[in-house]
Ligand binder design. Structure first.
Ligand SMILES: Cc1cc2nc3c(=O)[nH]c(=O)nc-3n(C[C@H](O)[C@H](O)[C@H](O)COP(=O)(O)OP(=O)(O)OC[C@H]3O[C@@H](n4cnc5c(N)ncnc54)[C@H](O)[C@@H]3O)c2cc1C
Length: 469
């Protein structure tokens, strides 16, 4: 996100502020959240999601190595049966005290069509493994999310996306998929075959069945120039539509309490390869935490210190194939709420979110992420027939995240926002029914293919309530 020079400058500033004996009101709160017991009273082992806010004690942990094995185990698995990928969702989508089904033994390329630039991929494949595997056959996915640790099926199931006005979310590139239904039957779904199930289960939350294989419509490898630069926040907000038109992939992070933004773009180029340098986002982020910790109660001083630290930062550039450029390392744990609003509402909604945070939550230091996503046709896609602007608010995993529901979510809902399925939200079936024109049909089809509610856990019952199962 920021260059080494910037980080060093900012470190000096923070040290100075600290040495001046500024307000250390946060330090005492910097404690690890309590961890749940490693096993429950019946000796079942703990499962936790990436951020640590969700946990479960599954009775069974299954990892089928083939479709046949999967179909057989579905006949005896303990309900609720929940598929899991990398556990990077923030919501309770995968939690179960029944069977947790991992696809870690169903990974890699199952085949490809060089002429059509399509690849068939086992569903448990991590995006980080998929990039190099596709590169070997001169293919890449058209876009990627901010990290690449997710499994392919897990990413698709929640509508995972990257950024770009003309770039759909990852599921926009799915030509077909195979899914094991509750009765063990495996169906192939595409816009021509089992088309309703394709549209309903493409962003399916693991609620329709267990996806085994995905056929991706890819593209030829592209070399891109990735640029990151610091800009004035107000100017960024004003020029956002223009910036979107000028770049294939562009996003920005609005840095609260600084009046600054960090902009990141990726565009095709024929410049020679210039490899990415070491990750500097993490040190930049920890620096923002330092400013929060020491100057959180003195907003003017915090703003001034941030200005000194980040103001003169030089842009960073790197050139390489897109699959190496689009995703990043995010080692600092956080919790996150992300909503997708109609694209024209993104800037006004973001302005309100920033104002509310700066007025009420001086503890927030994570930058607020703004991206764009092209509309698509999946019934439960947050981008269903709507070009969208995403707004993502992150909180450090040691900090309170309840304010996301109280302060941030009402703003995003007023702008007709649809929540990311894998990120924090408090919505229920009635809300989804009003946000998604095809929600009722999707819920009905879900009931039809899973009449006994084999895949329903507590979280999904809230999503599909009204679903009698
Ligand atoms: C650090 C971080 C960065 C992130 N960045 C982005 C980003 O840039 N853009 C974005 O949109 N999101 C982002 N996310 C959210 C993340 O992409 C989603 O939550 C995604 O679903 C996680 O994938 P996973 O493999 O961990 O799936 P899990 O969280 O394990 O599962 C997600 C869903 O997929 C289902 N599932 C898993 N496997 C299968 C299967 N074989 N068949 C059917 N259903 C299945 C699960 O049941 C569950 O409902 C980020 C999350 C983190 C923690």
């Amino acid at each position: 996100m920021v260059s080494r020079r910037l980080v060093l400058g900012a470190a000096a500033t923070t040290l100075t502020a600290g040495a001046a004996g500024a307000i250390g009101y946060r330090a005492w709160r910097d404690r690890e959240p309590a961890a749940p017991p490693a096993q429950d009273s019946q000796g079942r082992l703990l499962w936790r999601n990436w951020s640590g806010i969700e946990h479960a004690y599954p009775a069974q942990r299954l990892a089928p190595a083939s479709e046949d094995e999967l179909a057989a185990l579905l006949r005896t698995a303990v309900a609720p049966v929940r598929p899991v990928g990398a556990g990077h969702s923030f919501t309770g989508l995968a939690t179960t005290d029944g069977a947790l089904v991992s696809f870690d033994a169903m990974t890699g390329l199952a085949g490809h069509d060089a002429d059509a630039r399509r690849a068939t991929v086992w569903s448990g494949t991590r995006l980080s493994d998929l990039g190099p595997a596709l590169a070997e056959i001169d293919q890449e996915m058209p876009n990627l999310p901010d990290i690449n640790k997710q499994s392919l099926a897990g990413a698709l199931a929640t509508g995972t996306h990257g950024t770009g006005r003309l770039s759909p979310a990852l599921h926009g590139g799915v030509a077909s998929f195979r899914i094991a239904l509750a009765d063990g039957e495996i169906k192939t779904c595409s816009p021509r075959e089992n088309a309703e199930l394709y549209h309903a289960a493409l962003v399916g939350l693991g609620a329709f069945g267990l996806v085994t294989q995905i056929e991706l419509q890819n593209q030829a490898l592209t070399r891109v120039l990735k640029r990151s630069w610091v800009a004035d926040l107000e100017q960024t907000l004003e020029s956002w539509p223009e910036l979107q038109r000028a770049h294939r992939n562009i996003e920005f992070y609005a840095v609260p309490f600084t009046d600054m933004a960090v902009i990141i773009s990726c565009d095709p180029t024929d410049r020679p390869v210039l490899p990415r340098g070491p990750d500097e986002d993490t040190s930049g982020l920890m620096l923002l935490k330092g400013l929060r910790d020491w100057l959180g109660l003195a907003p003017q001083a915090r703003r001034a210190a941030a200005g000194l630290a980040f103001g003169g930062a030089e842009p960073t550039e790197a050139v390489d194939e897109a699959w190496k450029m689009l995703s990043n390392e995010r080692p600092v744990r956080f919790n996150e709420m992300e909503y997708h609003v109609p694209i024209e509402a993104q800037v006004p909604a973001l302005r309100e979110v920033i104002a509310a945070i700066e007025k009420h939550r001086s503890d927030v230091f994570f930058p607020i992420e703004a991206r764009t996503v092209q509309q698509d046709e999946a019934w439960l896609s947050p981008f269903y027939r709507r070009d969208s602007g995403s707004i993502a608010v992150h909180t450090y995993y040691k900090d309170d995240h309840e304010f996301l529901y109280e302060l941030v979510e009402p703003i995003l809902r007023r702008y007709d926002g649809r929540p990311h399925w894998g990120k924090l939200h408090s919505l229920r079936a009635a809300d989804f029914a009003s946000l998604y024109p095809r929600f009722a049909e999707a819920a009905a089809l879900r009931r039809e293919v899973d009449p006994n509610g084999l895949f329903m856990n507590a979280h999904l019952r809230k999503v599909f309530a009204g679903d009698e199962t």
